[in-house]
Design a protein around this ligand. Structure first.
Ligand code: SAH
Length: 350
């Protein structure tokens, strides 16, 4: 039983069931007991692509710098990362782009991060860069924006709705004795969910936070120029229930240990693309991570690093983990959001 479990149980007993989104927000980012607030989960519960190999941050950093050159090398620009974890991706991206003329001189580093624990890790990884931290993308400066986000949108709070006759029943978190349990609200029509094709029993997931954040990023890029590279697991269309928990590296019951388990859902890249386009930006992809990394030259980079690395074996095992369709190569995908007059950044188009 986690401290947060008791707190949520008491809240539900006194004021009724809560949405999955409210539950996720408490479990992940509660100021005292949230999963990301209290720990660095990387390596313990899950490992992300930048933590598997330096090649990931290097290649995506070069793609972002390529987009900056395509945009006419503007200066100054906000070089930003959303949810930077340990800061590994950005450190690798900065090392790889050191020789891109003018890029570092133009870049002001901005990190959007909610977790104090991870902010401290980022400060260590990025000493010398004097990053500015903020809680929200709305706090970024009004300047051309070159942003990257890896495995962040999957952590944003979702809601789930089940089709029932002419209406929808929301899947909510309630209490049964001393347990947290899923329940369903009464059926009601819900504007905006639409009903095209939804059959009785169909489950639809929505993520208002993802739409708000994507909308804000796209609006800034359409207004000031720039590019955003967003990588995560998901698809152009996500169907069904993808809400899941990982605790100690294993799949777990999402309601059993709020604050001690990672909670995620697959990213609906189609929904993100529609929001970005509605703000006047262009969207490229989704492209499978394997394809993206092959296009960016991971094969050459693997061979070059294997010759000089202290541990060439680590490089050789990282390559299939990142690119193989049976590992991260197919489930993970990337989209690039750019100013409408700019081409796809390197890797995001054939
Ligand atoms: N991008 C890193 C870390 C991924 S873990 C990597 O690839 O290794 C998810 C990251 O997103 C963590 O840094 C977490 O603290 C952050 N995060 C979670 N919810 C967030 C939110 N609502 N806004 C900003 N960052 C968030």
């Amino acid at each position: 039983m986690t401290p947060l479990f008791d707190q949520i149980l008491r809240q539900i007993r006194s004021t009724g069931p809560i949405t999955i989104a409210d539950y996720m927000t408490l479990a992940l980012t509660h100021p005292d007991h949230g999963y990301y607030t209290t720990r660095d989960p990387l390596g313990a519960d899950f490992t992300t692509a930048p933590e598997i190999s330096q090649m990931f941050g290097e290649l995506l950093g070069l793609s972002l710098a390529g987009a900056w050159m395509e945009a006419g090398a503007p200066s100054p620009v906000a070089l930003a990362e959303l949810g930077p974890g340990r800061g590994t991706l950005m450190a690798d991206a900065l090392r790889a782009t050191a020789k891109v003329p003018g890029f570092h001189a133009a870049a002001r580093l901005h990190l959007v991060e909610v977790s104090p624990t991870l902010r401290a890790a980022q400060a260590k990884a990025l000493t010398g860069w004097s990053p500015t931290w903020s809680h929200h993308v709305t706090d970024l400066p009004d300047a051309p924006l070159f942003l990257i986000a890896n495995e962040v949108f999957d952590a944003l709070p979702i809601r789930q709705f089940l089709r029932d006759g002419a209406g929808w029943r929301e899947r909510v978190v309630g209490a049964n004795g001393d347990a947290l349990v899923f329940g369903l609200t009464d059926a009601a029509p819900i504007a905006g969910l639409g009903d095209a094709g939804a059959q009785d029993g169909a489950l639809v997931q929505t993520c208002a936070a993802a739409k708000a954040i994507m909308g804000e990023i796209a609006r800034r890029i359409a207004t000031h120029g720039g590019a955003a590279l967003i990588i995560d697991y998901g698809d152009a269309k996500v169907t069904g229930d993808t809400f899941q928990a990982i605790q100690n590296g294993q799949k777990a019951d999402p309601l059993s240990a709020p604050g001690a388990a990672d909670l995620t859902a697959h990213v609906d890249f189609g929904a993100l693309s529609r929001v970005a386009k509605a703000e006047g930006a262009a969207v490229h992809g989704p492209v499978a991570q394997g394809t993206l990394l092959h296009r960016l030259g991971i094969d050459l980079r693997t061979r070059a690093l294997a010759k000089t690395a202290n541990d060439p074996g680590a490089i050789e095992t990282a390559y299939p983990r990142l690119t193989d369709p049976a590992q991260m190569g197919h489930l993970f995908k990337g989209i690039a959001v750019t100013h409408p007059e700019r081409p796809a950044p390197p890797g995001f188009a054939p």
